[in-house]
Design a protein around this ligand. Structure first.
Ligand code: ZN
Length: 274
């Protein structure tokens, strides 16, 4: 899944290698996928985008927005986004393919679910997109202690930390993937109730969010996700499908996996307290 570190890395890579390229052809829905989400009619993307030049990319939370003339492209959730140089063959199955006039291409395809949209600037009224653009960005100075502490209130007191941090777009870009190491580093259990955190605990959690996400971003994303060239990130996840059943790096208890709130949680019962 594209979460904040991956969105940030993809945007940077697009700015380094795709900006300035002119779109020669667009193929949408080559391979139909029930859980590939589009804005409007994807068959109109070809006329919207052909002839446009890639102007730049920005990440909002876990979404990557690319400017192409007066149009925007938006990729989110479980989309795999890859760039292929001239001569490199893109995969046969995909939901959105952009061919550039120098023979290179960029392709998006969905595994479980994900969004691949193109739209005239200003026309996308999808609430996840608008919320991600509007709320303070996690790694910016606007997302500070005061803002984070304001999220703890009567309405969120009964929520588990997983629900509090990683659902309802409360903190765009912080999803169930990055959540695991954030809570491990804070020594807090995903089922711990948000309302039980002391002011000191809130500070520890805030610091863990900032530090963990910075490290993931600086290292090119998590090792469970791939970048624009298809390479996994260099950030070694402590808690993920890669480490379940292995000894905790801190206390050697075995890392557990459990289904919880529509996704897997991973934790160390020795280090992470309820
Ligand atoms: Zn441990």
């Amino acid at each position: 899944m594209i979460e904040l570190p991956e969105a940030s890395v993809l945007a940077k890579q697009i700015n380094e290698s795709v900006v300035g390229k002119k779109i020669k052809n667009v193929i949408a829905v080559q391979t139909p996928h029930k859980l590939a989400w589009y804005f409007g009619d994807p068959q109109e993307y070809k006329s919207l985008l052909t002839g446009k030049v890639i102007g730049g990319a920005t990440s909002y939370g876990g979404q990557v927005e690319i400017t192409a003339g007066k149009a925007k492209l938006l990729f989110s959730d479980g989309v795999n986004l890859r760039y292929y140089n001239k001569g490199e063959k893109p995969p046969d199955k995909h939901q959105l393919l952009l061919e550039f006039d120098d023979g290179s291409s960029m392709v998006g395809w969905v595994q479980m679910y994900g969004g691949l949209s193109a739209f005239p600037e200003g026309e996308n009224d999808n609430k996840y997109y608008l919320i991600a653009k509007e709320k303070p960005s996690l790694l910016s100075n606007d997302f500070d202690e005061e803002y984070f502490k304001s999220l703890f209130d009567e309405g969120t007191a009964k929520l588990s930390l997983k629900a509090f941090l990683a659902t309802e777009q409360r903190i765009p870009g912080l999803g169930n993937g990055v959540l695991q190491d954030i809570l491990f580093n804070a020594k807090m259990h995903p089922k711990k109730k948000a309302g039980t955190l002391s002011a000191d605990n809130q500070q520890v959690l805030f610091d863990s969010i900032k530090n963990t996400l910075s490290e993931m971003t600086v290292k090119g994303g998590r090792d469970t996700e791939n970048d624009l060239s298809g390479k996994p990130g260099s950030y070694k996840t402590k808690l993920s499908k890669n480490t379940v059943g292995q000894p905790c790096p801190t206390c050697s208890a075995l890392i557990k996996k459990e289904a919880y709130l529509g996704g897997s949680i991973y934790y160390c019962a020795g280090c992470q307290r309820l």
